[in-house]
Design a protein. Structure first.
Length: 276
C-alpha cells in the first residue's frame, strides 16, 4: 500500500487531517522526562499516547534528533507511532547530489514519507521519488516570513517561482507519491497552488503557533484523489499541541501536562473538520 493510500485510510478511520509535529526541543521538555534514558523519546511516547486518536500522521522534525541519542529516540518514536497505526512523515527537507542524496533517501527505510528541498532540481530528488510506496513532500510556498525572498521571485515566464515548483512537482509525480508543502500563512498562494495541481496532497504547516488560516488550509490543502474515499492532505501543528501542557492548570502534573496535548489535538481536529 502506498503512503497516500495509507494516509487516506488513516484520515477516514480517525476523521482527522491533523498532523502532530514531534519537535521535542530539549530546552522545553518537562522535568518528569528529564531522568529518562532518552528524554526525547520519553516525551514523544507520552505525546503519542495522548494524541494518537486524533492524529492522521506524526511529523518529527529531523533537526531535533541529529545526535546519537536523538537518532535512537527518533527510531523508537517511529516504531511506537507505527504500533498505534499512525504513519510518520520525517520533516528533513533533504536533497543533494549523487551518492549524498541516495544516503539521505535511506531515511525512508524507517519513515513513511519525507520533506525535500527542490532547489537542486530533479536529480537531487530522484532517489526519493523512486521509492514509489513512500510519500515525498516538496517544499513549495513555505510558512516562514522569509519564504517570499526566493519563492515569490517572478520568472521570465511571468509566474512566481513557487508556482513553477508546483508545476514541476506535477511532472515529477510519475509514481503518484508527490505532495507539496504549502503554508497556511499565505492563503492566497495556497489557493493558487491548488489550481495548478488539483490532485496533489498538501502538507500545510502554520496553523498552530504561527496563526495561519485554518479554513484555507482545509479548503485548499486537501486533494480529491481517484484512489481515495476521502480528500487527502495534512494540516500540521507542532508547538501548539505538544507543549500545550505549559499553559495547563497544573503544568507540573504529568497527567495534566500530556492531557493538554491530547485536548489541543482534539480541538484542532474539530476546528478543521468544520471546514471539511
Amino acid at each position: 500500500m502506498s503512503f497516500f493510500e495509507t494516509l487516506a485510510a488513516r484520515i477516514e478511520s480517525t476523521d482527522s487531517v491533523v498532523s502532530v509535529g514531534l519537535d521535542p526541543d530539549p530546552s522545553r521538555l518537562p522535568e518528569f522526562v528529564a531522568d529518562a534514558d532518552l528524554p526525547r523519546w520519553a516525551f514523544n511516547r507520552r505525546v503519542i499516547d495522548a494524541t494518537h486518536e486524533h492524529a492522521a500522521c506524526y511529523k518529527p522534525n529531523a533537526a531535533f534528533y541529529e545526535d546519537a541519542d536523538g537518532w535512537r529516540a527518533l527510531r523508537e518514536t517511529i516504531a511506537y507511532a507505527h504500533g498505534k497505526d499512525v504513519p510518520v512523515l520525517l520533516d528533513a527537507k533533504r536533497a543533494d547530489i549523487g551518492n549524498t542524496t541516495r544516503q539521505y533517501a535511506a531515511a525512508l527505510d524507517d519513515a513513511d514519507a519525507i520533506t525535500v528541498n527542490p532547489y537542486l532540481g530533479r536529480d537531487s530528488l530522484q532517489p526519493f521519488l523512486d521509492r514509489a510506496e513512500k510519500g515525498v513532500f516538496v517544499l513549495c510556498r513555505t510558512s516562514n516570513p522569509g519564504g517570499s525572498d526566493l519563492q515569490d521571485l517572478e520568472l521570465a515566464s511571468g509566474e512566481p517561482l513557487y508556482e513553477r515548483v508546483a508545476a514541476l512537482a506535477d511532472v515529477w509525480n510519475g509514481n503518484g507519491n508527490v505532495g507539496l508543502v504549502v503554508g497556511a500563512t499565505a492563503p492566497e498562494e495556497l489557493a493558487e497552488v491548488r489550481e495548478i495541481v488539483p490532485e496533489i496532497p498538501f502538507l500545510v504547516p502554520g496553523v498552530g503557533a504561527q496563526g495561519g488560516d485554518a479554513e484555507a488550509a482545509v479548503e485548499h490543502g486537501l486533494a480529491t484523489r481517484p484512489d481515495a474515499a476521502v480528500d487527502v492532505g495534512l494540516v500540521n501543528s507542532s508547538r501548539g499541541i505538544i507543549f500545550a501542557g505549559e499553559e495547563s492548570t497544573r503544568p507540573g502534573d504529568e497527567a495534566t501536562y500530556f492531557g493538554a496535548a491530547g485536548d489541543a489535538a482534539k480541538r484542532l481536529k474539530k476546528r478543521l473538520n468544520r471546514h471539511r
